[in-house]
Design a protein around this ligand. Structure first.
Ligand SMILES: Nc1ncnc2c1ncn2[C@@H]1O[C@H](COP(=O)(O)OP(=O)(O)OP(=O)(O)O)[C@@H](O)[C@H]1O
Ligand SMILES: [Mg+2]
Length: 451
């Protein structure tokens, strides 16, 4: 008996310790079992308490009256499936007549408390069927991406959503993206994750980093072209526009439409071309975009106009030529001058890290979802990297990218350096990576001597 007591105490202490220090391990060992039993045992009473019941149907009432039986109980949604996951539970419910998906989504906070879970979200799967996703712990506190993800060409896992699912950046579904956020909110880490995820793929990476290249130049071995100042950025963007025109010429040459060509074989974008002649897709990453739109003199203004025109052209026409834009900045509104709102309208995939004011959040979500604007402002300053991301269905999620350090990203880029494709039109902007910075000379020795 004493041994049994000791064993129980040890197990309880281990569970408590795990729950405190390693919530993910606790969930996989004890949590999932405890939560499953709790949900199944409490299900009926919780649904009743949360107002997710419907009164018995007329025919059941009539039947009870005829048979002289007691009045039947209210009915609760039927559980179609209860699936444990790495981070929580997924409950699929069949709604009763008279209920809708909004009833469930309005009750998610009550369900969260009643089932003792960390977070509960719901979405409609099809008419009458709702999926309730519950998380057992704060999955965004320390992001761990699952080992197996559903990666496809031009679709990469980039962050974890608060419901425990993986957030993908799918360039073929949402070609262009805009990432906003105050300084130190995690934009560059998000972009670094994208680079690391794209590195093993057949894709050319092009970077424009007007912060003197501090974010993207260390990853240069995997980049086909890089620019670290607005002048080079302009030349690079104009070279990209001519690359885009060449790709369109190629697609046109391949079309050769005649009555004999089946509809499915008419090429309208690079993905319809045969593998052997398909140009490599290009992802253009721009960090600190406002630097490209600011000017102090007449000359710089001309340059700025040409840069914005090139970006707008790439955003409008680039998709079919396999050119995708990924733009990062602190703000991206009309105060940056003409052409900016036009460019913004083309950037479908929106992500907002912590912002300091509502206008900045509005630049990302004002025209999409007012709830998302509010959620972006409420991100606490201490949880860097948390962001609100719009999805292709018009909804939004809280996400956080794993904290990939610059060193990890550099290692990944170096590992896949041989996959860096040559894009002839951009050859002049290929970073010279062979010459590594030799000795670390202290700044004082290199600075010109002052009298
Ligand atoms: N996903 C994350 N998880 C944990 N920490 C993060 C995450 N993203 C960012 N951070 C922390 O926040 C710091 C700032 O991030 P980052 O450099 O990406 O900010 P930024 O938005 O690009 O800032 P700036 O506008 O000044 O360039 C990082 O050094 C890192 O410590
Ligand atoms: Mg940055």
């Amino acid at each position: 008996m004493t041994w049994f007591m000791v064993a129980v105490v040890v197990v309880v202490a281990a569970a408590g310790l795990l729950r405190w220090r390693r919530p993910a391990w606790y969930w996989l060992t004890f949590g999932v079992l405890v939560a499953t039993v709790r949900v199944l045992v409490r299900y009926a009473s919780v649904m009743d308490a949360c107002g997710l019941t419907v009164p018995p149907s007329r025919w059941r009432l009539a039947l009870a009256r005829v048979a002289n039986r007691p009045v039947p109980d209210s009915r609760i949604p039927r559980i179609l499936r209860l699936r444990p996951t790495r981070t929580g539970l997924v409950l699929r419910l069949k709604l009763r007549p008279g209920q809708d998906a909004f009833d469930v989504s309005a009750a998610t906070d009550r369900l969260r408390h009643s089932f003792g879970m960390y977070g509960v979200t719901s979405r409609e799967v099809r008419s009458g069927v709702v999926e309730v996703r519950m998380t057992g712990y704060d999955v965004l506190k320390q992001v761990q991406m699952p080992a197996k993800t559903d990666t496809r060409p031009m679709r990469v896992p980039v962050a974890l959503r608060e419901d425990g699912s993986v957030h993908y950046r799918d360039y073929r579904a949402v070609p262009h993206g805009l990432t906003l956020g105050a300084t130190e909110s995690g934009k560059s880490v998000y972009q670094r994750n994208l680079v690391a995820a794209l590195a093993p793929m057949d894709v050319a990476l092009v970077g424009i980093d007007c912060k003197q290249g501090v974010e993207l130049f260390p990853l240069a071995r995997r980049f086909s072209a890089l620019a670290d100042n607005p002048d080079t950025a302009l030349e690079l963007l104009e070279a990209l526009v001519s690359h885009m025109e060449e790709v369109y010429q190629l697609i046109r040459a391949e079309q050769r439409i005649s009555v004999a060509v089946p509809d499915a074989e008419i090429a309208a974008d690079i993905w319809d071309l045969p593998d052997d002649i398909r140009p490599v897709p290009v992802v253009v990453l721009v960090d600190e975009v406002a630097e490209l739109a600011l000017f102090a003199s007449k000359e710089e203004e001309k340059r700025r106009d040409r840069i914005i025109t090139a970006l707008v052209r790439l955003a409008q026409l680039g998709r079919a030529a396999g050119i995708y834009l990924e733009i990062c900045g602190q703000r991206f509104g009309s105060e940056l001058g003409k052409g900016i709102t036009m460019l913004r309208a083309q950037l479908t995939g929106r992500t907002a890290h912590r912002v300091n004011d509502e206008t900045s959040a509005n630049m990302a979500f004002g025209d999409i979802s007012p709830d998302a604007v509010l959620a972006a402002i409420q991100i606490p300053a201490e949880t860097r990297g948390i962001a609100i991301a719009g999805d292709s269905t018009g909804g939004w999620h809280r996400i956080r990218a794993p904290h990939t350090s610059l060193r990890q990203a550099v290692n990944t880029c170096n590992k896949y350096a041989d996959r860096t494709p040559d894009v002839p039109a951009l050859a002049a902007y290929r970073p010279a990576v062979a010459a590594l910075p030799s000795a670390r000379v202290p700044l004082s020795k290199t600075a010109p001597a002052t009298a």
